[in-house]
Ligand binder design. Sequence first.
Ligand SMILES: [Zn+2]
Length: 301
Amino acid sequence: MKVIRIVSVALALSCSVAGRPALADTRVVMLGTGTPVPDHQRAGAGVAVVYNDKAYLFDVGYGVVQRAIEASQRLGIAALAPVNVGRLFFTHLHGDHTLDYAELVSTYWWRRPSQIRVWGPRGLGAMTEGMYAMMDQDVSIRLEGSQPIVNRDAYRVSATEIEEGPVLEEDGLVIEAFEVSHGDVTPAFGYRITTPEKTIVISGDTAYSPKLVEAATGVDILIHETISEEGLSGLEDVWQQYHLRAHTPTGALARIAEAARPKLLVITHVLHYAAPVESALTEVQALYDGEIVLADDLDVF
Ligand SMILES: [Zn+2]
């Protein structure tokens, strides 16, 4: 039942851009819909916006690179082959959003034509230096040996620590960062991506954030994290308090959606603990009547 509904939403959205050049078509590919809680069906956090034959990745949690390879080989989205990914944006530096950073940068790097450009919050530079240290043996062996290398600098990235505001503008696409409220993590960002066809907002990890409501008002797609209130209610008080400072319970997400009225709300990164993951969807649906999808890995919108 759920799969049929997802397909119909995806078709409805793709029909709205029918007739435009295929290269400029804007697609959202869910590369990872999981959380820090291990789940064999869900990779860590990762969303790709594919536009103009380029992939713009937002977070690379554990398993996201494997999902990108699946998207390139099974869904035919060539821009998501690791050597073709050239732009990466971090919402924040929790491991469930970063653990595949080294995997992305080092996978087949000797075949990569150019360096990956990376944007993210304060701390990105230090994390990147740590990644180089991890890769050092691989890089030294390959560079100093007999292996052909397409670009001898491609194991390094071009990393920029950002503040809130415009981040990138190219080929008619605009990416802006806004600060969100993720408990102990400062800064943590959400992103607003605008192309000629679609406006997309990615919440990152956040509690209720007025800036997000402002950024998401009237967008085509709002991709938002949540925590199931049924799941939350089964936790010890100390965990409930910790999560409420950092994440958006389903009731608050329904209020955000009601205020912003996105054409499509995509729920991802669902903390649900002992409750079924679907509880997040039904809890939001009980309070909000707009179009909603509970995302799975490799869903395309
Ligand atoms: Zn997270």
